[in-house]
Write a protein of this length. Sequence first.
Length: 427
Amino acid sequence: MKIVTQADRSFAATLKKVAARGGLQSGAVEKPVRAILQAVERAGDKAVLRYTKQFDRVTLKAEALRVTPEEIKEAYYHIRKDEGDALRLAAQRITAFHERQRTKTWMYQDHDVTLGQLVTPVDAVGVYVPGGKAVYPSTVLMCAIPAKVAGVPRIVMATPPQKGGINPYLLVAADIAGVTEIYRVGGVQAIGALAYGTKTIARVDKIVGPGNIYVATAKRVLYGTVGIDMIAGPSELLVVADDNAKPTHVAADLLCEAEHDEDAQVFLVTTSERLAKDVSVLIDSQLKGLQREKIASKSIARHAVAFVVTTIEEALQVANEIAAEHVTLSVDNPFDYLEQVRHAGALFLGRYTPPSVADYIAGPNHVLPTGGTARFFSPLSVHDYVKASNIVHYTRDELAKVKEPLVRLAHIEGFDAHAKSAQSRFS
């Protein structure tokens, strides 16, 4: 793990590079992503099937893209009862958290003027669930349950196909969460199919869910053609640690995110150079024997950085500049520093809040902004599945009261028709 201190000449340059990681990643893959999306827009199912064979090494026919109800029922026989119970417990806690986010239609009276907002769910949402390197039933729950809570009538899931069929945990999770359609298609071609629509896969209004850099770039490119939640993926964790943090905990938490993907990025910002060195050594030892040792090793080697600063306040400034997906405050009295954290997808406070508890069972959503986009994006929530329409109602008397300033403002901007649209009510 690379360690840089404030005294090092490379400190500022290293921090700048880390803070700019989102743009550096997406720029390199944008050209091939656009080529795939254009092919899907033109050729529909044919392009989807061609890229599925090329990238996933699975040959399918169009009629086999959609998962059948029988396959979903069969999936329950391939998981243990305690595993199903764990999925249902997670679903209950995710539902309880997201039900608190519901937004209702509201109106108020200003004299005889009625103003407000009409809140309605999106008609159709596409949920992208990564596959290939890992299985993510928790992501199915995190993406689909808020849509269900929001009242979305059509929830479509897309996930990469496997030669042995879609993993049963994903199918069971989708069934528990209320997904209405499931398609065995992944990668950029899945994002294109959901955005443009094909003969087999009807288009959706919004696409949510994490993915690798190609999926994340596809979502960014298609924003405007279709709604998106955020740029989510690859995974990130930044740990802010004081002198009293336990190196074993910090190392374990960093590996928790590093095992997601070779492109996952983990960072440590600490007031203790000794801690940084201990964590670096412990990462190497804890890596050994991990099921995903090779993936985590590459992530650490390519991207992991420890920044050593003088104070916790300086550490939080570094954290805000990096704006990571996950931020852990492994410090004494973490709530004292809460308001100093301005940019983070999710905050884990204290010594006993590992990232994994939020990934699976706590209830808040684990689909979070990455690549520095926590500066302007929020975690996935019920708000991502609804939209608001403004409500305006004037009586003749109330319009008369504002007619003259309305006309003046219209004339300032050079829009005579705007003025006349109000004046016509009184001529």
